[in-house]
Design a protein around this ligand. Structure first.
Ligand code: NAD
Length: 427
């Protein structure tokens, strides 16, 4: 039964169709931009949506059928780009929203890509490595009609990693008859992955926080940071926030959170996670729930788990002065209004977590040129892009008296609409 493979750690949410949220955010920015009706129609649809139901042979010899998706929102600016997520709560609506956000994310930092996303409805944590490989290879074969180094380039997202990208690259390469490293990013370095890619999203987020702190005149060494989610993005962001001088007082994963107002020993938490599979149970902190974590006293809140975490129910209890969205879509539009009225400075997902796709772009460029960069070159170019993009979005927010999410969307939509206008409609 597919349900055996799903259903255990679905996120708390208001059960809103995530694509509706994405379109609502788009409409708000389109209104301020004065975008014409025809362009609104074009950009509020996803260009291509593929759903695949595919069999996988399990270790006990049984066959399970899984459902996956690949969606391309807009291919105007170039090949489409976006991660692949393995999670029990994956739906087509979620993948569509994430694809649309990828279009805006690429545009906000000026990458020559449109947006895409993929996902399989599965709890990968209960699969063996062999089953995970079978699932990845078959899903790749099913979506291979859409992907390619000049067409659509996947990357890791929730519960997918460099090993999964290696299987994806190998499966695609086998059908082509030669190695195609440019078909996917987030690969292991030995297969043409980029230095710095693994921690790029968390690192880019901390560059964004540093820009935000400078604009708000905040001294990071006098701040307390709370991070929800301790995976690729949250774990890296927590470590780099501590390196940047902030006191990380709370972190969490899907099982629960940890709080120590004196600051957490992140190396100790990481070792505990490696040993037990969760941050929960670490001795040097109090146990808290994910709901409690979001409203803890702090200066900077980094939601880096899943969507719909900051809602109308908890937004008015949030104490942070700055929210840096590591996750995609962690804040609902209702919560956004409450936060804006409270004066909370939000670094929106499409900007704050764009470090991942930016270094993915670097990886793709390196793969096409077969010429690797050093980690210093990667990090320096990432820093420049994040700081420059912050300045542009911040200026837009001040000029139009809108919050940072709308400003980031305006910058992105304006670019994509210009591409669309210049290219025209074929035929
Ligand atoms: P990950 O799988 O490495 O980590 C996810 C973390 O969130 C884990 O600690 C997990 O336990 C926790 N989590 C899951 N469900 C939770 C819940 N209901 N409540 C609290 N915590 C929960 O994933 P990741 O790559 O770090 O991605 C996290 C977020 O960042 C996602 O929204 C993803 O789309 C976004 N993102 C990731 C990248 C990237 O490069 N990895 C880039 C941009 C955006």
């Amino acid at each position: 039964m597919v349900s055996q493979m799903t259903g255990v750690d679905a996120p708390q949410s208001e059960h809103r169709d995530l694509f509706d949220v994405a379109v609502e955010q788009f409409e708000i920015a389109a209104d301020v931009l004065g975008l014409d009706e025809d362009m609104r129609k074009i950009l509020s649809y996803c260009q291509r949506e593929l759903t695949v139901n595919f069999p996988v042979e399990m270790d006990d010899g049984s066959v399970q059928v899984f459902t996956g998706h690949r969606v391309q929102h807009n291919g105007g600016p170039g090949p489409t780009k976006g991660g692949i997520r393995y999670h029990p709560s994956v739906t087509l609506a979620e993948v569509k929203a994430l694809a649309m956000w990828m279009t805006w994310k690429c545009a906000v930092v000026g990458l020559p890509y449109g947006g895409a996303k993929g996902g399989v409805t599965v709890n990968p944590k209960i699969l063996s490595q062999n089953e995970l490989q079978n699932l990845t290879r078959r899903y790749t074969a099913e979506i291979s009609i859409m992907i390619g180094p000049n067409k659509d380039i996947p990357a890791p997202d929730v519960n997918t990693n460099p090993q999964i990208m290696a299987w994806l690259m190998d499966t695609y390469s086998m059908t082509m008859g030669y190695s195609v490293p440019g078909v996917v990013t987030g690969k292991p370095i030995v297969l043409g992955g980029s230095e710095g890619r693994n921690e790029a999203t968390g690192r880019g987020l901390v560059y964004a926080v540093q820009s935000g702190a400078a604009a708000l005149d905040m001294d990071l060494s006098k701040t307390a940071t709370v991070v929800q989610g301790f995976g690729n993005v949250g774990g890296t962001a927590a470590r780099l926030m501590a390196e940047a001088g902030s006191k990380v007082v709370a972190v969490s994963d899907q099982h629960g959170g940890l709080y120590n107002p004196a600051g957490l020993d992140l190396a100790g938490v990481t070792a505990h996670l490696a040993r037990t599979g969760s941050v929960v149970g670490y001795a040097g902190a109090d146990a808290i729930t994910n709901d409690e974590l979001l409203v803890l006293p702090c200066d900077i809140l980094i939601p880096a788990a899943l969507e719909n975490q900051i809602t109308a129910e908890n937004a008015d209890r949030i104490t942070a002065r700055m929210i840096a969205e590591g996750a995609n879509g962690p804040t609902t539009p209702e919560a956004d209004k409450i936060l804006y009225d409270k004066g909370v400075f939000v670094l929106p997902d499409i900007f704050a977590n764009a470090g991942g796709v930016t270094v993915s772009y670097f990886e793709w460029v390196q793969a096409l040129q077969a010429f690797p960069w050093t980690e210093e070159q990667v990090n320096e170019r990432l820093k420049q892009i994040m700081h420059r993009s912050f300045d542009a979005v911040y200026e837009m927010a001040r000029k139009h008296h809108v919050h940072m999410r709308t400003a980031a969307l305006m910058r992105a939509i304006d670019r994509v609409a210009e591409v669309q206008r210049l290219r025209g409609i074929y035929p």
